[in-house]
Ligand binder design. Sequence first.
Ligand SMILES: [Zn+2]
Length: 329
Amino acid sequence: MDRQNVGNTHACGAFAEGKPPPSVAKGRVSDRIVVATAAAGSVFIAAGITTDLVRQVRERHELAPTVGMAAGRLITGASLLGARLKSGERLSLQIAGEGQLRTLVADVCRPKPQEIGARAYASVTDVDPPHHINGKSRIALAIGKGWLQATRSYEVGQPYVGITPLASGEIGDDIAQYLLQSEQIPSVIALGVLVSEDGVTIAGGAIAQLLPGAPESTIGALNARVHEMPSITALIEQGASPEALAQNIAGVFDLHIQESYDVSFYCRCTIDKVALALMSLGRDELAKLISEQELTEAVCEFCKKQYLLSREELQALIKQLDERKNDST
Ligand SMILES: [Zn+2]
């Protein structure tokens, strides 16, 4: 049942899409992602609800509704892909567009075996284009033409980096195009985020991917299904569970649920990583900070956590830099 912020669920306000607020407080389903196979084991499916996750991203970064919806779609897509990560692996999705929104980043890891942890940020937080122009949604308008870059990091070895042009700026299409062109995985994705003026109300998604050996006709059937199925937000609004979302994208194919994961906001920042970032500024810049202020503030771009470092701590970083220099000479 509702495990957090029950008191917030009535705060719908004016809907960005001009729809009346749905009654999401009743029977609301907690954030969770299920994975399943379909079509006699030839299709992988991940589907789930990310409402609280997206609300957290929006609140931490004070995102305007359009940016909240875009960041919500990206972190939901990343979270669905996160269900296939192994422990110690990470996936980062970055959208760089020519539109006002510029850069969106979401990344995902597996903090515990039954958990998916995700975080996101937007480089510009207050873009709100007018409703649909020339058939393009506000999200596609804000993103514009551009690129999607994915970075897969493993416990050992070099990361895999793939980059593909954006298909439409709607994010679901863009991730599917990346998966096909860069990883050769035919996929269909449905993402849904509905944001009010004063908070995220509904978010979730479903992805279906062909596994090796699947008949080619299967992707055509899944594509048709993703276009005819009810919208993800409408399904969640009606109380659909992650399992029901998985069944919806599977359509007529048989479905076998395999696992269920909690999904939540999770930032990997630590004081050590902040120290490394500060050291990358170099000796002169650190010395300047020491001369200018008692305390140096560093803020994590993903979770907005503030780290304060004293002059002594910065001095210790300079010492480390000097020692490294001596070691390498
Ligand atoms: Zn952080």
